[in-house]
Design a protein around this ligand. Structure first.
Ligand code: CP
Length: 300
């Protein structure tokens, strides 16, 4: 495995995370730099994406590199039965690094183990989405001025939502307090609660959204991950469980910022978009600078 791979947010130390955020701030000031001159980056998306793929590809272009890849696995030879092992071996003959999204948990780790070139995990099933987490941290830092001692409410699909799993692990470096707001069917998995207990991180759980984020610094909304449900009837039961509306923000702290990895379906009413506490579109824009920082670190 290339030690330049980014498979899990746990692959980066606190110092490495902070260095990425510092580097992202530099890229925000000066986005066009040729740190990837002559490099070819493959983007292999076995699952749909708008933000992650396009921001990684924009990052490569702004850094002077070139892109190959696919945005739909149906157009690749995996649809003919080619294994992930063979696909990774072939693509590593052409590219200097691979950005990959895959529906199977652990696919990125497996790819990193068989690949001679660095793998950047762009999301593997319900497991991890480390580049999203780094842009979430960058957004939190930009809006709060610190990552330390913050109250975060994580809302929605905490079972299948990979972004909240990665975020929880990353924030563990910064003495957070969490409130997990989810229906019974989508509660935070036990392994992450065990992780919090081991690290001495405070958390509470509730299924009620209203008024339960009034003391929060960050309200992190998530989509119910339809594509992860084995039973679509269960999805139908929980799909509209929370919708954040503007009026619900009346008693929230002035420094509260609302984050969402996007895409949203109906968990944030459009009437929230014009509230100054809504930060999800800027958050997605921050993804470009953070992914420039991640790619530059791979080739440093
Ligand atoms: N946040 C995120 O991963 O968005 P996409 O699925 O559009 O890449």
């Amino acid at each position: 495995m290339s030690n330049k791979s980014l498979v899990s947010i746990a692959d980066y130390s606190k110092q490495e995370i902070l260095a990425i955020l510092e580097s992202a701030a530099d890229f925000e000031l000066t986005p066009n730099r040729k740190t990837l001159d002559g490099k070819v980056i493959a983007t292999l998306f076995f699952e749909p994406s708008t933000r992650t793929r396009l921001s990684f590809e924009t990052a490569v272009i702004r850094l002077g590199g070139s892109i190959i890849g696919f945005s739909d696995a149906a157009t690749s030879s995996s649809s003919k039965g080619e294994t992930l092992n063979d696909t990774i071996h072939m693509v590593s003959c052409y590219a200097d690094a691979i950005v990959m999204r895959h529906p199977l948990e652990g696919a990125a780790r497996y790819a990193a183990e068989v690949s001679p070139v660095p793998i950047i995990n762009a999301g593997d099933g319900a497991n991890q989405h480390p580049s999203q987490t780094l842009l979430d941290l960058y957004s939190i830092f930009k809006t709060q001025g610190t990552l330390e001692n913050l109250n975060l409410c994580l809302v929605g699909d905490l079972k299948y939502g990979r972004t909240v799993h990665s975020l929880l692990m990353a924030m563990s470096h910064f003495n957070p307090s969490f409130r997990f707001i989810a229906p019974e069917e989508l509660k935070m998995p036990e392994e992450y609660k065990v992780f919090c207990r081991k690290k001495g991180i405070k958390f509470s759980e509730t299924s009620e959204l209203n008024e339960n984020f009034d003391d929060a610094d960050i309200l992190y909304m998530t989509r119910v991950q339809k594509e992860r449900f084995l039973d679509l009837m269960e999805y139908e039961r929980v799909k509209n469980v929370y919708t954040l509306k503007n009026e619900m923000l009346a008693n929230s702290k002035t420094n509260l910022r609302i984050l969402h990895p996007l895409p949203r379906v109906n968990e944030i009413d459009p009437d929230v978009d014009s509230n100054e506490k809504a930060y999800y579109f800027q958050q997605a824009q921050n993804g470009l600078y953070v992914r420039q920082a991640i790619l530059s670190k791979v080739f440093r």
